[in-house]
Design a protein around this ligand. Structure first.
Ligand SMILES: N[C@@H](CCC(=O)N[C@@H](CS)C(=O)NCC(=O)O)C(=O)O
Length: 210
């Protein structure tokens, strides 16, 4: 389901995912699927010819699951603490402590992942899998951090490899985002907001009544 940034707690979206988190994939065959690892598994199953998750029973299968679990249980929540610190403390004065601890955790995870993917083209060896698309999310977000993705050469290389895929480019264009940007509204909406901003500035300069 497509929603605008900040609308995840609107009643229409809560009816789809009561946890108020994205993503939520509404499917014809299996109802609504939430939680990134489940959504990615569904996508892999929907396109078996792409081989985005090797079959159960292979080492690569469990390695991919290990990545998904680590990213969703450890890395993703650390970004939550960094960017939504207010959820993790009731003391306004403690927010920066939460953010600093989260940034340190992310740096440590980036160091770990950088080591793990050294000498590999993708997260699970030499073939792309659903784990790469989830890992890319954090590599992309990390471009805004210091220390961030650029300080970890293997992670940075991975981020750029995934960013340059046609499918990634198409998805980012569709979402109105670029590699470096924060999640941004589509171009039309950004332009409209810019015009609104200019209008509000100009109005402030005009005599009352304009
Ligand atoms: N465990 C969830 C986490 C999802 C999550 O935190 N999504 C973020 C966006 S990347 C979100 O919904 N943020 C909005 C919020 O926290 O209010 C999953 O795997 O889908």
């Amino acid at each position: 389901m497509r929603i605008e940034r900040g609308k995840q707690t609107d009643p229409e979206y809560l009816a789809v995912n009561p946890l108020g988190r994205v993503p939520a994939l509404v499917t014809a065959s299996h109802g609504t699927i939430t939680e990134v690892p489940a959504v990615l598994s569904f996508i892999a199953d929907a396109a078996p010819n792409r081989c985005l998750l090797t079959p159960a029973g292979t080492s690569e299968h469990y390695e991919a699951l290990r990545w998904l679990a680590y990213l969703s249980s450890t890395v993703h929540p650390a970004f939550g603490r960094l960017w939504r610190a207010d959820r993790f403390t009731t003391e306004a004065g403690c927010m920066s402590t939460v953010e600093r601890a989260a940034a340190a955790q992310i740096a440590s995870d980036f160091r770990h992942m950088d080591r793990v993917i050294a000498g590999k083209l993708f997260a699970v060896g030499m073939t792309i899998s659903i784990a790469d698309f989830y890992l890319f999310v954090f590599g992309r977000w990390g471009l805004r951090l210091t220390p961030g993705t650029r300080e970890f050469p293997n992670l940075h290389r991975h981020t750029m490899t995934i960013a340059e895929l046609d499918a990634t480019r198409r998805a980012m264009t569709q979402q109105g985002i670029t590699l470096e940007d924060r999640n941004r509204a589509p171009a039309r909406k950004r332009f409209y907001r810019f015009v609104q901003y200019l209008t509000s500035q100009v109005k402030g300069l005009l005599p009352v009544g304009y």
